[in-house]
Design a protein around this ligand. Structure first.
Ligand code: BES
Ligand code: ZN
Length: 455
């Protein structure tokens, strides 16, 4: 399971100071020193919960480039507009992808297409199935010609299997997993191209197919697709070139996953924070941004940061990113502040101060990338991601990237706690005139310099 790496915890930081009350946060009771009108507007988890329901239940999986992602973008834009923020939509291109269906004996089978493989004709391809074991050269006889090769995962690379099948005259390739999984496997051709369709399916579906005579496969190429970032801006009055504080979250999801926690939760908490913070007086500009296409490799946030002007970059002070802040997994009782290099920065300092003020004692600093705070860090902007994890094992929830990342596994209490803490932390940052000098501007380190295996 996916892990986080702890660097510093509230307990460590506050040991001996006894400043922290031991109880956890009381919803809406945090001591923000703001006016009465603002105190009447506390963070309300029920608002965030209802947005998660809209994103994960009414819309469902929000794969980058799809109509579902666009529908979510509209919903987010209209919420930000209702708050009277200045809303902008920033569109960007995403890599081509293949999508389709597979059926056999009247049953539909979930698939994932290999990127770099071919599509089928419009009407699809119906052909006999040929069992080709692991897909070694010797597994193919002349009999495979014009058939769909059914190959089990293992031993050879996906590319080798697909190449062998193509060379022997197969019309398409279906690779099935050799391990149980909740979603179909994705055959990764490692950047290579194959002249026939190649798809991946679940173990159980592949085993069932070995008993069938034929199958129908349809694969369509989606090219020139776009995704979009939704940006809501709150500008201070009478300040010409204010510093910028960013509140961000991605709203796309992986295929087959309703993405309630990843990242309906972060998106919804961000929108609720926009409602709470829009009337807070500040000399700083706050930008609330919902990023598209994070799951394809931080595409939305990278595009956004790459297109900031030099002037905007100079004004960019700090980025609070929210990704997976609503899990109900009992063990995930620690709220991690995830910085790319594991070092303290303005996000951690503000959060730590806020945690002390509101009596929240489950906050830890950790090292990690894998979300939209990465491009901000690389551009020299203090950034971090907020995410709930298990303090024993440092794992995130078991439903991560599965069809079970659904509203049933969302905790209103955790949404409230994360919302209270991050709202108080952003408040700490926006009320200060300037980022304290003690926090040095980050070195422009690349994620790949820090993590060898970063995607
Ligand atoms: N929400 C996750 C990030 C995450 C998960 C961080 C678990 C830490 C622990 C995010 O949406 C995601 O899945 N990111 C990808 C990387 C991205 C560059 C495609 C990942 O971690 O595989
Ligand atoms: Zn995510």
């Amino acid at each position: 399971m996916k892990k986080l790496l702890t660097v510093m915890t509230m307990a460590v930081l506050t040991a001996g100071t006894l400043l922290l009350p031991a109880q956890s946060v009381t919803p809406a009771a945090h001591a923000l020193q703001i006016s009465n009108s603002e105190r009447e507007l506390p963070f309300k988890a029920k608002h965030a919960y209802s947005t998660i329901s809209q994103l994960s239940e009414a819309i469902g999986p929000r794969i980058a480039g799809t109509a579902a992602e666009k529908k979510s973008a509209l919903l987010i834009a209209s919420s930000l507009r209702k708050l009277k923020l200045d809303v902008k939509v920033q569109r960007f291109g995403i890599p081509d992808r293949l999508e389709g269906t597979l059926s056999s004996a009247g049953r539909d089978i979930l698939l994932q297409a290999a990127s770099g493989s071919a599509s089928t004709e419009e009407q699809g391809l119906t052909a006999p199935l040929y069992n080709a074991g692991l897909g070694n050269q010797k597994d193919f006889t002349a009999d495979v010609k014009g058939k769909i090769a059914l190959i089990s995962r293992g031993d050879l690379t996906y590319y080798e299997k697909a190449k062998n099948a193509e060379a022997a005259g197969a019309k398409a390739v279906i690779i099935y997993n050799n391990k149980e999984s909740l979603v179909p496997m994705t055959p990764n051709l490692s950047g290579n191209k194959v002249g026939i369709p190649v798809v991946g399916i679940k173990k159980e579906d592949g085993e069932a197919l070995t008993q069938q005579k034929e199958a129908t496969l349809k694969l369509k190429a989606f090219t020139n697709q776009t995704s979009q970032n939704i940006i809501g801006i709150k500008k201070p009055k009478n300040i010409k070139h204010p510093d910028i504080v960013y509140m961000t979250a991605h709203y796309d999801s992986v295929p087959f996953s309703p993405g309630a926690n990843d990242n309906g939760s972060g998106t919804s908490v961000m929108l609720e924070m926009a409602r709470v913070l829009k009337s807070v007086p500040s000399d700083k500009e706050i930008r609330f941004i919902a990023f598209g296409a994070e799951e394809l490799g931080l595409l939305g946030s990278s595009h956004y940061v790459d297109h900031l002007s030099e002037k905007e970059l100079k004004r960019s002070e700090v980025n609070f990113n929210l990704d997976m802040v609503g899990t109900s997994w009992e063990k995930a009782s620690e709220l991690y502040v995830n910085t790319l290099d594991g070092q303290s920065n303005y996000v951690w300092e503000s959060s730590h101060t806020a945690a002390e003020k509101i009596g929240f004692d489950s906050l830890s600093l950790t090292q990690g990338g894998s979300s939209d705070h990465v491009p901000f860090h690389e551009a020299g902007i203090d950034s971090a991601n907020f995410i709930w994890g298990d303090p024993e094992t440092e794992e995130v929830e078991p439903w991560y990237h599965t069809p079970e990342d659904s509203i049933e596994h969302i905790s209103k209490e955790r949404l409230q706690q994360a919302g209270d803490l991050v709202t108080a932390a952003v408040y700490e940052a926006v009320k200060k005139e300037k980022k304290p000098k003690t926090i040095k501007k980050q070195m422009k380190a690349k994620a790949s310099d820090i993590f060898e295996d970063i995607k």
